[in-house]
Design a protein around this ligand. Sequence first.
Ligand code: PLP
Length: 566
Amino acid sequence: MTPLDPYLARTRIAYLSMEVALDPAIPTYAGGLGVLAGDTARSCADLELPVVFVTPVSRDGYLRQEIGSGGEQIDHPDPWDPAAHATPLDAMVAIRIEGRPVWIQSWLYRHACPHGGCVPVILLDTRLEQNDPADRGITDRLYGGDEALRLKQEAVLGIGGERMLRALGFEIQTWHLNEGHAALLTLALLRRHRLSAGRPAEGPLLYDLDPVRERCVFTTHTPVEAGHDRFPYDLVSHVLGDFFEIDQLRPLAGEDALNMTRLALNLSAWVNGVASRHAETARRMFPGYRIRAITNGVHVPTWTHPAFARLFQRIAPDWAHDPDTLVRADRLEDAAVRAAHAEAKAALVEETKARCGAALDPALPVVAFARRMTGYKRPDLLFSDPGRLRAIAARWPFQVVVAGKAHPRDGGGKALIRAVHEQARALEGAVPVAFLPGYDMALAKVLVAGADLWLNTPLPPMEASGTSGMKAALNGVPSLSVLDGWWAEACEEGVTGWAIGRDGDAAEAAGHARDLYAKLEGTALPLWHGDKDRWTWMMKQAIARIGSRFHSQRMMRRYAAEAYLR
Ligand SMILES: *Cc1c(COP(=O)(O)O)cnc(C)c1O
């Protein structure tokens, strides 16, 4: 009996992802992609889908964020101890990197749902004595290091992951690549389908693509060309050696460089974007491929505050397993909804005090903005006209909380964090602004439930989906957001929240700040201050119309029925 026995016989699908947010105590994720993968795993357990997850162990986590006195982000590793959460497995596999064998071992993390379903997560680890000291750290730090290290990490995930599952005894029929990071897997599979001499090749190709394509499912998350991983072929040759002939790779992955998205597109029979709008953008970017849409969803019991969980239990006893039933949320009593929100808001007030010393006033509305700090998310949009913001706050007092990490090499994102701190200081006495350091799953839970209004201001069409507004809606928090990603599907003006700008109009981006201020001053804040009944009605509409639809059970039922059971 090995720890894997309960899973080996039934598991048929492997889900490979560079990051998976398994638990608030396990910092193996950077942001939305990892949280989505974690919610996917949680729903697979709930629905008892036969899926195994594969991801690097990332012992040093992604980034522990400290904010210096000048508002500068100071980067620290965020180590965790795999032995405290997972079981070591004894299989060992090797891949060749820069001509050296790199050995990989793995850990088994089990995610169990309260109903009894359980999914295995295989954490790949190169920190082994057998490895050259230069190679031991490959899986240590999520997205750490340079381009070469990134390619090595992707080789461990894609090539090492495939070998590891075989070595452990899994018989996988369908491989799900969560983003292009895992696309080297396709080469590992292709090598098993090299055409023997005498069989007709597909043009000059020496490999039979169809059996690989049939088995691969690819979810792309990146709506801009620059966001796709791309490696120069001389680097690929240097790192992977003769693993796969470069002249064979060019027609599959791009003439000039190895584009991981192209490779995955060419070798996956089923491809999807993560919202309708994103799939349209991806089709324009990659003409000639059939790209479907499955809009992301969030894991409802994970993101619902306990006070709302108690309310949901009364109107829909099966809500956690079958969140469609949250459509009944308009039956909730207003006073109960307000009381639950007050409880969640008190927790945010306390967390804010603890993290940055700021005292929020629970009697005033809190506008929250929390996401990865990077240019296209425009965390500075709200602060672009401080005079206007002061004038609005003089009529309709409100406070702002901001959170988010910048990638250690994203100088622009770090500058935005400094700029937000400068704005906060300049607005002191007029508009309280608190920056909460260390945005992670635990802080996200507090923020999405405790805020009164969830703000999102990406530059279209850059937001593939976005999910934090879904988490907020579950807790009765309406969004004020640019119509991009999922919000283009979920926004019902004045019902689930409000739109900034017109639908799909990127050219309008310059007017977004104006529109944001107009909605805050003319619509959202007056409603919060002046019409509590209508505001509470909107809270219930957010739960009923968004909570019942934008959840990961719906998302995984669709992946299972449409992508896995083709
Ligand atoms: C949900 C979540 C995200 C993704 O949210 P977006 O809406 O895509 O910005 C990122 N980080 C954390 C910690 C989250 O919980």
